[in-house]
Structures are given as structure tokens and as C-alpha cells.
Design a protein around this ligand. Structure first.
Ligand code: 4AD
Ligand code: MG
Length: 448
């Protein structure tokens, strides 16, 4: 297939040649006989230069002057077809520049709302469909893409099968207070909060499975870590111990960071992410501490001058200040294991000999990014699971399929779920989760 257009990312393979690029004008400058265009095509940004005498020479006085005038007057986000000769350019970060030989306007753009000046977040969020074109947003989406790619690669290499779980469901996978309801032909259906329960059926059928899809939480939280619709990757495996599960999670998170370093280095550069720090997270083992050790540590440091979190007793749940402190304390991603059963989901298996605690772990990302993974070993004993559901007053009729898995050849199994946007936010080093997904859904945001 012969290609008419060369993408900006690939101009490095065409030094000295004349190429055609389909792009948008992100910005322009220059004066007199020279015009500089900042071009973007989604793969990268680079500079193209138009020099008036070249146009006069090539197209003659009248047509040459008109063409140069068109270029000088191009407005922000006009789409163009540009011809030019690729040059190496040591002064630019990108390393290449285009010497324009011809240019055609494809689509005009009048009064583009997002100008190079500063805009408030609300304004940018209202124009999310256009904001996505900006350099930083392009970089974040490239990182998201690298993380998704690395996810499929990692699970394929580790013998997992992609097993898609349903989004419409008759039951709650997690906390039933955070369910979105919808009418299902006169009955109530819920939007999935996690594919986990269905994935457990997959693990009994296929051994090791993962899913990846949108999940929904009707959380009224207005934090920089919460979306109401986000993308979760759940993995589930039969015959695996708690320790082995943590090993797998650690290898997976390291593979994601490596995947971004390999596949989106320019994106990390645009975002000015500390790459050495990211590399250190791959080189160092992750920290593992128990919930009770974490509480002891928090209590021991609560009087320190640089801490400002609330006092916690054994049994209390962490707030984000506690999670932030713990992961900053160790400076590497940290697994907090074996939380109290009372603050975790119904399906988690108790720690042998300590029914107050469950075999689970949250992975806390450093630099204040908080929880990125939640996982556990599942209760695989039919009678114990029924007793737990009864204790919580759950309607077992909606979970018959789930209980069946404990009736027919039940085996030890476990898994975990990662919120892809939390991971993107962490690797990209951005502050707020809303920029980690193309069109965020939050408490006060359903449009665009
Ligand atoms: O810890 P959670 O609730 O765990 C589960 O749903 C399990 N069923 C997963 C499993 O074992 N298969 O959610 C998993 C992850 C969290 O660690 C967090 O990264 C992300 O999902 N998450 C959110 N991300 C964005 N916005 C929210 N409101 C989120 N709630 C959870
Ligand atoms: Mg969790």
C-alpha cells in the first residue's frame, strides 16, 4: 500500500526527502519573510518553516506571494496538507524540522476556543473534546495506550486468557451502596463495579483469566482519585497463593512502567516526568507490610512535625492522607496486606487462625498517588461463604452462580483489579485522574 501521508513521528526516516504531512496548526510565529508553524498530527509536534523567497522562486511572484500569505495567516487548529523537506535540527527537542515547499488548507478553524494562554479547569473540561488536542493531553493518552498495550502483552506472556465479563448485572460485585441502577425490561439491572465475580467462573474454566473494560461506581466522592466510570483490568487465577499473587501483581506493575518507558518516552518528556524515579520503581522490590504494621507505624509517627493525618485505631480504614504517608514513607510502591474483614468485601478469605483479618492487599503508589490495585484470595469454602453472606444480610439468590463455583471442584484462587486511570495518573505524574481518560465521568460531569 503506498501511503500519501507520513506521520510526524516517522519523519526521522525521511531526512532529506520531500514528504506530505496531514496535520493541524497548533501555533505559529515569525515575521517578514519567514513563518514558523507548530504542526501536530496526534503522533507528535514539530516545527515547519516557510521562507518567502523559496515560494516566489517556485510558484512565481503572484502565486508564490499568495501562498506565503496564506501560511502567515493560518489560524490555530486549521487542518492542512503540508509538503516539505525533512531536515535534522539539533536546536529543537524533537530533532527534526520541515522546510515547507507547499501547503493546502483542508479545514478552516475560526476562533478556536482554547488559546495558548492559561485557561481554568472548568473551561477546559467543558471543551474536553478540543482540549484532547493539546500537547499534554496527547502525551497522557499515549501513556494510557502504552499501559493498555503492556497489559495485554503481560497477560499473554504469562498464560492468561482474555475473558470478558458482562457490564449489565443482577448483583453487586463490591459495595452495594455504590451501584448504578438501570431499568432492564421492567426489572432492575446494575452496571458492573468489577468483573471479578464472573472472572472467578472463568478461572475455574480456563485457569488464568483477565478482563478489561469500563466499570461504574456511584461514588459521591469529589477527590482527584475518583471517577464514576473508569476502566478496570481484573485478573483471576486458580491454584495460587497470596504471596504468589503479590509477586504477579508486582511483576505486572513493573511491566506497565517499563512499557511506558519503552513505548512512550516522548510523552514522559512532554510531561516532565522524572524518568529516573520511574526506573527506580522497576529496579527496587516493592514493599510489603501488613495492615496492622501500617497502623502501628502511623500511630508511631502521628506526632511528627511533618504529618497531618487523623489518629487511627486497629480496625479503622485508611483515608487518603494515611495512604499517602505510608507510600511516601517507603518511597516505593507498597502492598498493605491483611486488612480487617469488616472493612473489606464479602468474598475475601480470612487469614488462617485470624478470622478478623482477610488475605488481601491494596497496592499503594508512591508520591501520594494512593491505591492503584485492590486484590485478595477468595473464600473458596461453600459453607463459610454462605455464612458470611448471611451475616451481611445479602440476597443469595442473585449469587447462585457464584456459590456454584464453590460446589463443583472448588480450589484456592485469587486475583486483583487495577484502575487503569489511577495507574495512568501515577505513571504520567499528573495531579488529577480526570485527565487520564478521554471523557471523564464524575459526580458533576457527564458532558461532553
Ligand atoms: O479496590 P477495588 O474496589 O477492587 C475491586 O473492585 C475488586 N473486585 C478487584 C478484583 O479483585 N478483581 O477496585 C480496584 C481498583 C482500585 O484499586 C482503584 O485503582 C480503582 O479500581 N478504583 C477506582 N478508580 C477510579 N475511580 C474510582 N471511583 C475507583 N474505585 C476503584
Ligand atoms: Mg479498593
Amino acid at each position: 500500500m503506498s501511503k500519501k501521508f507520513v506521520s510526524i513521528r516517522d519523519v526521522k526516516d525521511h531526512v532529506g526527502q520531500e514528504v506530505t504531512i496531514g496535520a493541524w496548526v497548533a501555533n505559529k510565529s515569525g515575521k517578514g519573510k519567514i513563518a514558523f508553524l507548530q504542526l501536530r498530527d496526534g503522533t507528535a509536534y514539530f516545527q515547519a518553516v516557510a521562507f518567502k523567497p523559496n515560494f516566489l522562486e517556485k510558484f512565481g511572484e503572484t502565486e508564490g506571494a499568495a501562498k506565503f500569505e496564506t501560511i502567515k495567516k493560518l489560524s490555530q487548529e486549521t487542518s492542512v496538507e503540508v509538503k516539505g523537506i525533512v531536515k535534522e535540527d539539533e536546536r529543537s527537542k524533537f530533532g527534526y524540522e520541515l522546510d515547507i515547499t507547499d501547503l493546502q488548507v483542508i479545514g478552516h478553524s475560526v476562533d478556536y476556543p482554547i488559546t495558548p494562554k492559561e485557561h481554568g479547569t472548568d473551561f477546559l473540561m467543558d471543551h474536553r473534546h478540543l482540549w484532547l488536542r493539546s500537547r499534554k493531553q496527547m502525551a497522557i493518552m499515549q501513556i494510557r495506550n502504552a499501559i493498555i498495550y503492556a497489559t495485554y502483552e503481560f497477560f499473554d506472556q504469562n498464560g492468561f486468557i482474555k475473558f470478558d465479563s458482562p457490564i449489565l448485572s443482577g448483583n453487586a460485585a463490591e459495595d452495594s451502596t455504590e451501584l448504578f441502577e438501570t431499568d432492564y425490561f421492567g426489572n432492575t439491572a446494575y452496571l458492573s463495579q468489577s468483573g471479578q465475580l464472573y472472572l472467578e467462573a472463568g478461572a475455574m474454566a480456563l485457569g488464568r483469566v483477565f478482563d478489561f473494560g469500563p466499570v461504574f461506581r456511584a461514588e459521591k466522592s469529589k477527590t482527584r482519585r475518583h471517577l464514576t466510570e473508569f476502566w478496570m483490568m481484573d485478573a483471576e487465577y486458580s491454584f495460587l497463593s497470596h504471596e504468589e499473587s503479590l509477586d504477579l501483581q508486582e511483576a505486572y506493575v513493573k511491566a506497565l512502567i517499563q512499557g511506558v518507558l519503552d513505548r512512550a518516552p516522548q510523552a514522559l518528556e512532554i510531561l516532565e516526568r522524572d524518568v529516573e524515579l520511574l526506573k527506580s520503581y522497576i529496579a527496587e522490590p516493592f514493599k510489603r507490610i501488613s495492615y496492622d504494621e501500617a497502623i502501628d507505624l502511623l500511630q508511631a509517627h502521628e506526632q511528627d512535625a511533618d504529618t497531618d493525618y487523623e489518629h487511627l485505631e486497629h480496625g479503622d480504614d485508611f483515608g487518603s492522607p494515611h495512604e499517602t504517608w505510608i507510600s511516601n514513607h517507603f518511597g516505593v510502591p507498597t502492598f498493605v496486606t491483611n486488612y480487617p474483614a469488616a472493612i473489606k468485601a464479602f468474598y475475601m478469605k480470612p487469614v488462617p487462625g485470624n478470622p478478623e483479618r482477610v488475605l488481601c492487599a491494596d497496592l499503594l503508589a508512591p508520591e501520594g498517588y494512593g491505591e492503584i490495585i485492590g486484590g485478595s484470595i477468595r473464600e473458596d469454602d461453600y459453607a463459610d461463604l454462605v455464612a458470611k453472606m448471611d451475616e451481611l444480610g445479602m440476597d443469595k439468590s442473585e449469587y447462585e452462580f457464584y456459590l456454584d463455583l464453590r460446589k463443583y471442584g472448588s480450589v484456592p484462587h485469587g486475583g486483583f483489579g487495577i484502575g487503569i486511570e489511577r495507574m495512568v495518573t501515577f505513571v504520567a505524574g499528573t495531579k488529577h485522574i480526570r485527565e487520564a481518560i478521554p471523557f471523564p465521568r464524575m459526580l458533576h460531569r457527564l458532558r461532553p
